[in-house]
Design a protein around this ligand. Structure first.
Ligand code: NAD
Length: 354
């Protein structure tokens, strides 16, 4: 099982180190072997080679089943031009790996309910929603133009989707739902947008092959409201690129803790890129203050989606819960009466629970 490891910049390096500790614990328990190949990405790659993504990084990623990524960027490279910036490395690796489905869980652990802005009665025993966002189509990639008219301008961006693009991500989201609570909500604007009406047709057709999964539909404006009013009604939310961009940020804040949340970006087959949703956090880098749980939970997603190791994925999630149950907290999720531990110790303690 080959993993391309890209720690990147700032706290990326620190959190990746903890995730590897956890994978080593999984190796021990399951008598399996991961091959880790560490390569440069982002600012670290610019410093060493002049490019945010050297060819070697692309080659190693393409010969691996999974990419484990920390975070890229920092003030040192902020003045660099667009295609020489660390973020260019991130966009390129997503494109090169052909990942079209971005999976962003919004998980609120019952132990951390106080971190959410929502009321106790809305949260119940915690939250677990999975947003599946189409990543490489829609308005961000369709035709864009600006023309001069009447002394001013007229500009447009085009939402374009083909049957194939919708079909592949629909299958993806039904597969994901099968591993969860078997419910998919397609979020769109089918009362106004033709592209949304095509999404509905194609997704309904794909659903015929997944009769064990419930499918329902919701307009995006209503979904934005329902996420706050009654988030527990959702299991998997399937949506196009721009709606997913907005809703996944909204949903992540229901959980109140940036350092805790993982993500996976999947392509055809088992290929995937796994990374925490946070950035390189230059303000706390090198101080043993970063919370590695988002990266550790990303590794659980890697085992589930790229390596089909569901039991090991559940072990990692259970290890994080046990760690929290024992009263340990990172600085960012500190609560009165809890034991604060640094990045390294968090990694050690969670790995030891496996
Ligand atoms: P950020 O996510 O790095 O940090 C925002 C705040 O959250 C900071 O106060 C930080 O200390 C805190 N934080 C983030 N992750 C944490 C963790 N694991 N544990 C504890 N606290 C944590 O966002 P930013 O400050 O807007 O951006 C910093 C740099 O990261 C920029 O260069 C930006 O471009 C880059 N960035 C990269 C990615 C990525 O690699 N995917 C994503 C977002 C931002």
């Amino acid at each position: 099982m080959k993993i391309a490891v890209m720690p990147g910049d700032g706290i990326g390096k620190e959190v990746i180190k903890q995730a590897i500790k956890v994978l080593k614990a999984v190796e021990n328990k399951y008598k399996c072997k991961f091959e880790f190949n560490e390569v440069l990405l982002g600012g670290a790659a610019i410093d060493a080679t002049g490019s945010p993504i050297p060819q070697e990084t692309i080659d190693v990623a393409k010969s691996s089943q999974a990419v484990l990524l920390g975070a890229v960027g920092g003030p040192k490279w902020d003045h660099f031009p667009g295609d020489k910036r660390p973020e260019k490395g991130l966009l390129t690796i997503r494109k090169e790996m052909g990942v079209f489905a971005n999976l962003r869980p919004a998980i609120l652990f019952p132990q951390l309910k106080a971190a959410s802005n929502l009321k106790d009665e809305v949260l119940g025993d915690g939250l677990d929603i999975m947003i599946v966002r189409e990543l490489i189509g829609g308005a961000y990639f369709g035709e864009k133009k600006r023309v001069a008219v009447d002394g001013g301008y007229k500009a447009w961006d085009t939402i374009e989707y083909s049957t194939n693009e919708i079909e592949r991500i629909a299958k993806n989201s039904f597969e994901v739902a099968r591993r969860r609570n078997s419910k998919v909500t397609l979020v769109d604007k089918a009362n106004v947008l033709e592209s949304s009406r095509l999404w509905r047709e194609v997704v309904a057709k794909v659903a015929e092959d997944y009769s064990d999964v419930e499918l329902n539909y919701m307009y995006v404006d209503n979904a934005a409201m329902q996420l706050i009013r009654n988030p527990k009604q959702f299991d998997v939310i399937l949506t196009e690129n721009m709606f997913g961009d907005i809703l996944s940020d909204e949903a992540s804040m229901l959980t109140g803790s940036l350092g805790m949340l993982p993500s996976a970006s999947l392509g055809e087959g088992n290929v995937g890129i796994y990374e925490p949703i946070h950035g390189s956090a230059p303000d706390i880098a090198g101080q043993d203050k970063a919370n590695p749980i988002g990266t550790i939970m990303s590794v659980a997603m890697m085992l589930r989606y790229s390596f089909d190791m569901e039991d090991a994925a559940k072990d990692i999630e259970a290890a994080v819960l046990k760690f929290l149950d024992k009263g340990y907290r990172g600085l960012d999720i500190m609560q009165p009466g809890m034991k604060v531990v640094g990045t390294e110790e968090m990694g050690d303690l969670i790995a030891s629970e496996i």
